[in-house]
Design a protein around this ligand. Sequence first.
Ligand SMILES: C[S@@+](CC[C@H](N)C(=O)[O-])C[C@H]1O[C@@H](n2cnc3c(N)ncnc32)[C@H](O)[C@@H]1O
Length: 278
Amino acid sequence: MNIKELTTTAQKPEIYTKGTAEMWVDDYISTQLLETHLNQQIDLASRKETTISSTVEWILNKIPGERMNILDLGCGPGLYTEKLAKKGHKVTGVDFSSTSIQYARKSAEKKNITISYKHQNYLELNEVDSYDLILMIFTDFGVLSPDQRTILLAKIYRALKPGGVFLFDILNDNFPTKESGLKGWELSEKGFWRDSPYLALSETFYYEEEKVILNQHIIIEETGKMETYRFWMHNFSNVDIKKILSSQRFCITECYDSVLPGCDMYRSEDVTFCTAIK
Ligand SMILES: C[S@@+](CC[C@H](N)C(=O)[O-])C[C@H]1O[C@@H](n2cnc3c(N)ncnc32)[C@H](O)[C@@H]1O
């Protein structure tokens, strides 16, 4: 192991510096993630089934409509898409994890539910005037850099029908940023990150001015090979979010607190749901 290189890698990076690898599309890690999505003990990767059911009810009360054309960005294993399709809507799910998309396709087939799944990076979405409602759930809007956000919002705007709604959730200013500064390590024969021995060095950093937390994980394999995984998480006030959406031509943005029942991760009071209209 090259300690000097490790010391440099472990420094607080300049904001939005990319890691060397992406966990969602890694063959091994994505199977671990699929288990996490489906785990009913914890609201991690996806929320628990009861929370998803109540969220879908909330969404359809907020945006009522018959046989809407709905797109779920970052749909994961299809936990929302299936519920929406069962309510009679025409649903498309997009995700760049082939593990999740394969699971979602099989699950829909088994349950005889018609859903269109696309294995695609949502930053490459290329549709025009197609959807009544576009969803992005589990605070994924906040993991994007401002540049990615601008690209995605332009694509969502284009893909919505006139009057269509973009509905998403964010971490709000209640989210405890003081949790930054945490450091931890894991030494494992086989675990979340690898199916072979590894050392994981994890640290969180806070970028106060931008209201961004970075969760950084450096994974070192037995051979000395090292990868860095970085997860950027923004928190937003209602004012922040309205400003961002209006700068991207959305006309009305509404924010709603207390949509989630008590969740263990993230807490209900830390999450705000938002709707923006084309
Ligand atoms: C935190 S999970 C949430 C999954 C789902 N929305 C839910 O709540 O059950 C984030 C999902 O977004 C997907 N994802 C992340 N970045 C993506 C991108 N650029 N394009 C497509 N999918 C992406 C991941 O593969 C993962 O399935």
